[in-house]
Design a protein around this ligand. Structure first.
Ligand code: PEP
Ligand code: MG
Length: 883
């Protein structure tokens, strides 16, 4: 078997499509080498080696040693250097590279191959002793940490002592002889800690590093990251061994990272950062604040450090050509790493760049307009979920705010919350339901759980590509990075800016779009839905066949839904119109009434409210269909609970408190979700159905008179199990319609349909379609009743079901296609057979879930209806389903 793949000097064994085998990094290094980009030669040990390694008690396949030796020979040939040679030694880096990028989660060793002999050769060839010993020092430290497992603090102590002795503050102020001494001290420390010498043999070093990288696949950080990002453990990581190039060999050397377009807002600007005379990890680690690539970016950020365009114009031009070539080759925005060694450019990595949702939209639209990709490709490339982030509010530009500091706008959006200084505290507080803002000098991979728990992140050090910035963008969290004026004092649990002090727990707001750090809470405004968003939505509408409606009962929700492009209201939950203040008293009066006269009194009040509400909805929806569902109150949600509540119902109804009390206890149900709700209520109290039908038809008549054309009302009956239920209530609705038409002298168009939300209804769909003019699948109840799983209680154990792999997804979030979906298919087929062209939609929560929407498209529903904020997501998901 082939376990090792070579790349370099204009050729490679692998290519970009081999990510499963070579990992993302390895596959793209191969691809870059193959298309002629300057990639230092190297080779990749495949992910299959990793899988075997863990299956076979951490041992390697038999042929691996030979294949690595062969590959190393080829690298030697390509570089003209020799591994372990005392005159011209080859040095290598050993890095992980999984299928999906897991930034900073696994281990890396640089400068491998150095020992007491080869370091002298490096000194001689580079003409810089200090550089050689600094590389050696870093290597011993990194290797001891990563491979030998010795705590870094030992080395930090020794380094501090060396600086004290020399009376200097910075590492780079230490001269060569001090570093030389330091290496010996490090090694002595290894001897004490380990009882063994630091390995001088480059071969031993190489295999030590390879093993460490494979082992790091199972470290705690990597496991957490995989869990958060749904990356299977079985994938394994590849290991890339590559000839070292040095960005820290002098002033004509540099190292940097860049995005081929701006990852924050998506503009077509080359965007990146670099450090002169620095080694790879220094940029991402956020230890020195890096310089910009372009003059333009430098000016925007008001930086006084020169850009690469100014410092090394030739290399900058070459890098721009690489940018062009990569984008037209990969047809997507790339995130690249490069190193400049003695005025020569080397490419170390390329991968699809992480971006904010704003940037994702803009880039997709721009690339389609530039002809780089098709419109359908642009649509398919966008995850519907990312739309969610765009619909969230930003800071109200008119609101007063006390800006106390400014940093880089690293990930857009506004976030406010209580200040915390550690990831653990962020998790603790957010578990208690608090909104927190994580404030750190810088973040590292150890902080990801905190970044996840926080509303947003503020760092005081590091640039746009620092760990915090990259991770926050990936998670869609607002981030302000590198706010240098902010002085964090972890020990005292506070930070200061000038004379402002902010303690842990105080409220802070950040604006990741502008970089502002603001004291206190700032009001927000709804987002603007124009530009790229509008374009993508328009393209989505061209492609989708599913209609998208919204579930809405308040005027605000209806307006919001219309603004987001809803083509109608698919579900008005009328019981939700009676939740607030005075209304709930009338509702309770109605429910608790013991005779028809009492009930009628309450119903009269409800009629007035109901008519007004529905009139308003008809007006807002302006001719678009509105499906009004008859009351479906799970009784327990409406019964008065406290003495006070009972007293106010008694007073309003003019009945003794005791009677109310008794009635409440009579109405208590053991399983209210399976109780006297939905159409069962209207069957036992037809006057409730009549009142609602009257409200709907009178509202239609009012709006019809105002507008000159009648809105078409759709009346929907909930929780139907039998055809008789539906036909009885349909009769009540029709009788009421006839009465209203006569009273008002109008002709009303209307439809009566049913929810399909019980398994029996699915099976009886053929008969029901004889009565119903439309079906709307209530997949919340259908999931509950198919699974026999309470909607209200399942949260207690579903997470464990998920963790154990019993269910892949919460079935209340993403439709259970095998079970519930099967019943839907039966209902669709039987319903259509009985009534040709019967309109069918879905109005459960699943109507806003992309995977469920795809299912709805496949089974041939006519529309999905979801909460207003999910309407744009549904439009995109519906288009993707159709492509
Ligand atoms: C449903 O059951 O899916 C539905 C839409 O109705 P409700 O959530 O109001 O029970
Ligand atoms: Mg329901």
């Amino acid at each position: 078997a082939k376990w090792v793949y070579n790349f370099g000097a204009g050729g490679a064994d692998g290519h970009a499509d081999m990510k499963n085998l070579l990992g993302g990094k390895g596959a793209n290094l191969a691809e870059m080498a193959a298309i002629g980009l300057p990639v230092p030669p190297g080779f990749t040990l495949t992910t299959e080696v990793c899988t075997q390694f863990f299956q076979k008690k951490r041992t390697y396949p038999a042929q691996l040693k030979d294949q690595v030796a062969q590959a190393l020979l080829l690298v030697e040939e390509r570089t003209g250097q020799k591994f372990g040679d005392v005159t011209n030694p080859l040095l290598v880096s050993v890095r992980s590279g999984a299928r999906a990028s897991m930034p900073g989660m696994m281990d890396t060793v640089l400068n491998l191959g150095l020992n007491d002999q080869t370091v002298e050769a490096l000194a001689k060839r580079s003409g810089d002793r200090r550089f050689a010993y600094d590389s050696y020092r870093r290597f011993v430290q990194m290797y001891s940490d990563v491979v030998l497992g010795i705590d870094l603090s030992h080395f930090e102590k020794l380094l501090d002592r060396a600086k004290q002795r020399r009376k200097v503050k910075q590492d780079f102020e230490l001269p060569a002889q001090d570093l030389e001494k330091l290496v010996q001290d490090y090694k002595a420390c290894v001897q004490v800690e380990l009882g063994e010498d630091f390995p001088e043999d480059p071969q031993q070093q190489l295999w030590g590093a390879i093993g460490a990288v494979f082992n790091s696949w199972m470290n705690q950080r990597a496991k957490t990251y995989r869990r958060l990002h749904d990356i299977p453990e079985s994938w394994g990581t590849a290991v890339n061994v590559q000839a070292m190039v040095f960005g820290n060999m002098g002033e004509d050397c540099a190292t940097g990272v860049a995005f081929t377009r701006n990852p924050s807002d998506g503009t077509n600007d080359f965007y990146g950062e670099f450090l002169v005379n620095a080694q790879g990890e220094d940029v991402v680690a956020g230890i020195r604040t890096p310089q910009e690539l372009t003059i333009k970016a430098r000016k925007i950020h008001g930086s006084d450090m020169l850009s690469l365009e100014e410092v090394m114009p030739g290399i900058y031009r070459e890098l721009c050509a690489v940018r062009q070539q990569l984008e037209s080759h990969y047809k997507d925005m790339q995130d690249i790493e490069f190193t400049i060694q003695q005025n020569k450019l080397y490419m170390l990595q390329t991968r699809t760049g992480k971006r904010t949702s704003h940037a994702a939209l803009r880039i997709a639209v721009d690339m389609a307009n530039e002809g780089l990709i098709s419109k359908s490709k642009a649509l398919l490339r966008l995850k519907p979920e990312l739309i969610d982030q765009l619909l969230h509010p930003t800071l109200d530009p008119k609101a007063p705010k006390q800006v106390i500091a400014r940093g880089l706008p690293a990930s857009p959006g506004a976030a406010g919350g209580k200040v915390v200084f550690t990831a653990d505290e962020a998790v603790r507080r957010s578990r208690d339901g608090e909104r927190v803002l994580l404030v750190r000098v810088e973040t590292s991979p150890e902080d990801i759980h905190g970044l996840h728990a926080a509303e947003g992140v503020l760092t005081t050090r590091g640039g746009m590509t620092s760990h915090a910035a990259v991770v926050a963008r990936g998670m869609g969290r607002p981030c302000v990075a590198g706010a240098g004026e902010v002085q964090v004092d972890y020990a005292a649990g506070k930070f200061t800016v000038g004379d402002v002090t902010v303690q842990e727990g105080q409220i802070l707001t950040i604006d990741g779009g502008t970089g502002e750090v603001i004291c206190g809470e700032v009001p927000t405004v709804p987002p603007k839905l124009s530009g790229a968003f509008g374009t993508i939505m328009a393209w989505a509408d061209e492609h989708r066949t599913l209609q998208v409606r919204a579930n809405a009962e308040t005027p605000n929700d209806a307006r919001q839904a219309k603004e987001f492009g809803a083509q109608g209201i698919g579900l008005v939950r009328t019981e939700h119109m009676f939740f607030d203040g005075s209304r709930i008293v009338a509702m309770r009066q109605m429910i608790l009434a013991t005779d028809e006269a009492d009930r009628k009194k309450a119903l009269d009040q409800l009629l007035t409210m109901q008519r007004k509400d529905i009139t308003e909805l008809f007006r807002i929806m302006d001719g678009r269909p509105v499906t009004v569902r008859l009351l479906d109150p799970p009784l327990h949600e409406f019964l008065p609970h406290t003495e006070e509540e009972m007293a106010s119902v008694a007073k309003a109804a003019g009945v003794p408190l005791n009677r109310v009390r008794r009635r409440v206890s009579d109405l208590q149900e053991a399983n209210p979700m399976l109780g006297h709700r939905g159409c069962r209520l209207a069957i036992t109290y037809p006057e409730v159905c009549e009142m609602q039908a009257r409200a709907i038809f009178e509202a239609a008549a009012i709006v019809g008179r105002e507008r000159g054309n009648q809105p078409v009302a759709e009346v929907m009956v909930p929780l139907v199990a039998t055809t008789q239920e539906l036909s009885i209530l349909k009769g009540v609705v029709e009788k009421t319609a006839a009465a209203v038409q006569k009273e008002q002298g109008v002709n009303l168009g209307y439809h009566v349909g049913t929810m399909i939300e019980l398994p029996r209804a699915c099976l009886q769909a053929g008969r029901l379609a004889g009565q119903a003019e439309f079906f709307s699948f209530g997949t919340n109840d259908l999931t509950q009743t198919t699974y026999g799983l309470s909607r209200d209680d399942a949260g207690a154990f579903l997470p464990e079901y998920k963790a154990k792999g019993i269910v892949e997804q919460d079935p209340f979030v993403s439709l259970d296609q095998e079970g519930v979906g099967e019943l839907i298919k039966i209902a669709v087929q039987r319903g259509r057979a009985a009534r040709e062209g019967i309109k069918m939609g879905i109005c459960g929560e699943h109507g806003g879930d992309p995977a469920s929407i795809e299912f709805c498209h496949k089974v041939g529903l006519d529309y999905v209806s979801c909460s207003p904020f999910r309407v744009p997501i549904a439009r995109l998901a519906a288009a993707q389903a159709a492509l």
